[in-house]
Write a protein that binds this ligand. Structure first.
Ligand SMILES: [Zn+2]
Length: 374
């Protein structure tokens, strides 16, 4: 009898505990909404694309830009380490590596120590990776995602670093840094497992990318020409890149696409140059956004490294006829807008340092951050 009584008490106790636990579990389910992380992250950088460039570009296109379709907008603070006015190398390194560094630095910190880039980390984690640019592919912005060099000017050294990471796709100019070098190496013969081609052999449009290989396409010998002079590969390259990487990557991909020459229009104080390059980039964003909308698992972030030219729209302007002015032939210190679409886009609202773009992308991928934030 005694035993039974004890057993009954025990049973009652267990039953009670279960009830309590059940209730807790139910509460948790109600409380926690499902968190959706993107499979793919596409970072699009309009080099030198400040709010003046976006505004003028939008008015020039009949008061329309695809950026209006991005539900989340934030602002980043673009300063470099030790310099208020950043260059493209320090800025791209802050996006790629999450560190503030000196102007001219490619994937290295302020003490010239290499820092792993988000592209390299994506490769390590089994994601597919890609870089597309309308400059040479060894230029500051794309270079900072794959190379580690104390100076952005070491183009041939940067080119060799494309062999060190098994990047799945790269499209951009600068063939001469690969095949006509001071060290007499022809890097184009050293890429193994790549479907490799260039502007003199084949049009990009004619190439069917083989998802069993990696892809490299060099669009020019040195700098690609401006869009106004006939460069027309950014839009097809962006489309082909997302389709290829999506096909290739069961675990997702990281892709950086740069509209490189908005900046060059700013340096040249040439408003038409800015407007035609913005229009080209806007259409590339549109192509990428179409993919992201259909895909549903892709986070797209559009931003700039810095503004160039102190470009401003003057009082005499009308929507159809813009009168613009410049205050500089270099970059300026104005804060830079960030546009985000897709899962985890809300992370990009607010005002933050440019290094946060790196941390926010990693958090969006749901990679546990072990790095100290700068
Ligand atoms: Zn520049």
């Amino acid at each position: 009898m005694k035993k039974t009584a004890i057993s009954l008490i025990c049973l009652a106790f267990i039953f009670n505990s279960c009830k309590v636990q059940d209730r807790v579990v139910i509460k948790e389910v109600v409380k926690t909404p499902e968190v959706i992380y993107p499979k793919n992250v596409i970072l699009m950088i309009g080099d030198g694309m400040g709010l003046g460039q976006i505004s003028a570009g939008m008015y020039h296109q009949g008061n329309k830009t695809i950026l209006e379709e991005f539900p989340v907008v934030g602002i980043h603070k673009p300063a470099a380490f030790g310099k208020l006015i950043t260059d493209s190398a320090a800025a791209a390194t802050s996006f790629a590596c999450g560190v503030k560094t000196y102007n001219g630095a490619i994937g290295v910190d302020k003490d010239t120590i290499p820092v792993k880039t988000i592209l390299e980390e994506a490769e390590e984690k089994g994601l597919a990776t890609g870089l597309v640019a309308t400059s040479t592919i060894v230029h500051a912005t794309p270079a900072s995602f794959i190379a580690h060099n104390k100076s952005r000017k070491n183009y041939e050294e940067i080119a060799t670093e494309f062999l060190a990471t098994e990047i799945d796709l790269f499209i951009g100019g600068g063939k001469k840094y690969f095949d006509r070098r001071a060290d007499d190496r022809n890097l184009l013969n050293e890429f193994k497992g790549y479907q490799l081609s260039h502007y003199a052999e084949q049009e990009l449009d004619e190439i069917e990318f083989d998802p069993n290989k990696n892809v490299a396409y060099l669009t020019s010998d040195a700098d690609p020409i401006p869009a106004a002079q006939g460069r027309d590969y950014l839009i097809p390259a962006s489309k082909k890149a997302v389709e290829f990487l999506d096909k290739k990557a069961s675990q997702g991909f990281f892709l950086m696409i740069e509209g490189s020459q908005i900046d060059w229009g700013g340096h040249a104080n040439n408003s038409d140059y800015i407007l035609t390059e913005f229009s080209d980039f806007d259409k590339a964003i549109s192509a990428v956004l179409d993919f992201a909308k259909t895909d549903g698992e892709t986070l797209v972030i559009v931003t700039a490294d810095h503004e160039t030219g102190g470009y401003a729209i003057q009082e005499e302007s009308t929507m159809d006829s813009l009168v613009t002015a410049f205050t500089s032939t270099y970059h300026t210190g104005t804060m830079i807008p960030v546009f985000a679409y897709g899962p985890q886009a809300e992370r990009f609202a607010g005002i933050y340092e440019n290094t946060e773009i790196y941390h926010k992308m990693r958090e969006a991928f749901n990679w546990i951050s072990t790095m100290q934030k700068n």
